[in-house]
Write a protein that binds this ligand. Sequence first.
Ligand SMILES: Nc1ncnc2c1ncn2[C@@H]1O[C@H](COP(=O)(O)OP(=O)(O)OP(=O)(O)O)[C@@H](O)[C@H]1O
Ligand SMILES: [Mg+2]
Length: 139
Amino acid sequence: MFSKILVAIDGSESAKKAFTYAIYLASISKCRLDVIHVVACEFGGDSDASFELVEDLKIKADSMLEQYKNEALEKGIQPIFMMEIGNPANMITEIANSKDYDLVVLGTRGMSTFKELFLGSVSTKVIHHAKCPVMVVRG
Ligand SMILES: Nc1ncnc2c1ncn2[C@@H]1O[C@H](COP(=O)(O)OP(=O)(O)OP(=O)(O)O)[C@@H](O)[C@H]1O
Ligand SMILES: [Mg+2]
């Protein structure tokens, strides 16, 4: 069915549902599953404050990825985890387009508290710019 799936997670309930779907699709396709988390960092500069903030976010992200790893292992899947720093939508699109994925899985919404729209900006941008099919899981 699929040969290489990418799922994007940000710590939200919606992404968690997307991850569960991605595990299911990878297991029925018997294919590779890669997981990406982007530590959102829009600012340039190299002040101590920004460095500490990113380091702190990376530590939090590591423990989140560990939990996801355990869930996958319980279901017999060993995903490859990637942590990147930058603009989430751009980074996810860039990786999806440069590494031959045949499906990207995302949640409809993420960590934002502003829930007026049905789709968040990251899922919207990835749908617009990814070259492969994108599955958006309602959460
Ligand atoms: N930093 C991130 N790293 C990896 N995946 C992400 C990241 N941010 C969002 N995603 C993916 O995109 C999906 C939708 O999140 P999105 O950020 O678009 O919505 P939101 O947080 O509700 O709104 P917005 O960020 O536009 O204010 C998430 O469920 C997740 O799959
Ligand atoms: Mg978001």
